[in-house]
Design a protein around this ligand. Sequence first.
Ligand code: PLP
Length: 458
Amino acid sequence: MLTNDQLSQWDRENFLHPSTAFGQHARGESANRIVKTGSGVFIEDRDGNRFLDAFAGLYCVNVGYGRTEIAEAISRQAHELSYYHAYVGHGTEASITLAKMVADRAPAHMNKVYFGLGGSDANETNVKLVWYIQNVLGRPEKRKIISRWRGYHGSGLITGSLTGLTPFHNKFGLPLSEVVHTEAPYYFRRPRKDMSEAEFTAHCAAELEALIEREGADTIGAFIGEPILGTGGIVPPPAGYWDAIQAILKKHDILLIADEVVTGFGRLGTMMGSTHYGITPDIITIAKGLTSAYAPLSGSIVSDDLFKVLEEGTDKFGPFGHGWTYSAHPIGAAAGVANLKLVDDLGLVQNARDTGAYFQQALKTALGSHRFVGDVRGEGLMAAIELQRDPATGADFDAADKVTAQVVGEMAKRHVIARAMPQGEIIGFAPPLCITPAEIDQVVDATVDALNAVTGAL
Ligand code: PLP
C-alpha cells in the first residue's frame, strides 16, 4: 500500500485541484486532506481522523456515505453493461426508469428529462434549449439570460458567466455578453436597514423591471435562479420574492429556469425547491441529489409546453444537435434509481424537514446573539452563519483576516466539516439528509467552540 507521504508528494507535484491556490498547494503551504472512506454523515481520512461532514461533500451526498444499496446497483450495472450511449433513441433499463422517477417527482407540468453529467453541463444544455426554442418560435434575438448576483450555476463559459460571484469571473474575461445580472435577493445586505422584507422584495422586482427595460424584453430569453441562493451565501429569498419575479417574467414572456442542483430531491424538506417556494419553472436543473454523488449525473427537466416547441423544431429541422458521450450514462442512471428509492425508503425528505427545523432553531439559539454573528439563516437542511466585526453597526471583518477560514479550520480540529463560502464571511452547512438531532448538536457545539476559539482574543 502507498504511504501517506508518497501520496502527499504526488498530490503536490501532479494534481491541479479545483478552487485551489495552485502555488500554495504545490509548495505545501496549504493543508491537503486525503479522504479514504465514509459512512453515514462521517468521512475518514488516511490518517484515521473521522469528521462529521456537515456539508455532505459539496452539498451532494444526500443519502450519506457508504450506502451499499447504491454501490451494489452500480456494480450490477457495470457487470451487465458499463456503457452504452443515449443518442438516436438508445436507452437502458436504468436510464428509462430514472427518467420516469424524475418526472414523477417533478412538478406536474414537467415530464421530460435530458440527462447530462454535472450541474454545469446541465445549465449549458438549458441555455442551448432556450436559444433553440426562441429560434423555433421565430425570435432569435431573444437570447440574453438574466441571472442574479451571488447566483451559482456552474463554472463553464456560459455557466460561469451566469454565476454571479466575481471569483468565477476575474481573470477569465467573464461574464460573456449574453448574460446580464440583477440584484441578489439578499435581505441581510439590503440597501437600507429600515427596509421591510416586503419593501426589499419590491426593490428586487423594480431592479429586474429596470434591467429588462434597459436591455429590451425582446432581447431576453430566460431568467435563471436557485430557489434559495446556495454557493452565494445560503440565502433564502425574502417573503413574496418568487411571486413578484414570476409576474414580471410572465409579463415580458421570459422563460424561467429553476436551478435545483442543490435543492432538488429533498434538501429543503420538500421534494423540489420549486414546490417549496411556489415556483412554476419552464426548465429545472438537477444534479447532486439525483445520485447523491455516487456517480456523476445531471438533468434538465422540461415543461410540457416547451416540449411542444422542441417537438415542432425537431419535426421541422431534424434531430436536436446537442449531446454528450456520457449523457444518461448507465452507471450514473443505476446510481440515480437506487438513490431516489433510498430517499423514499428512508423518509429523507421528511427528515430534512423535521431535523432541518431542529437545526435552524439550534443554530439560532446557540449563535443568534453571539457578538460576532450578524445573521443566522437557512431553510430545511441548508443553513449559514454570517460573521461581522460589529453586527450593531454593520461593520464587516477585513477579508484579509480570513476569519471564516480560521473558524472552519478550528471546526475541523473538532472533527466537524463546514464550508467557508467563497464570497463573504459566511459559514455554510448542508449535511446529509440522514443526519440525526444528536449529530446536529455535535455540529452546533463545534461551531460555537470554534468561533469562540478564533474570536476570543478580539
Ligand atoms: N448549479 C448549482 C445551484 C450549484 O450549486 C452547482 C454546484 O455547486 C452547479 C450548478 C454546478 O454543478 P457542477 O459543479 O456539478 O458542475
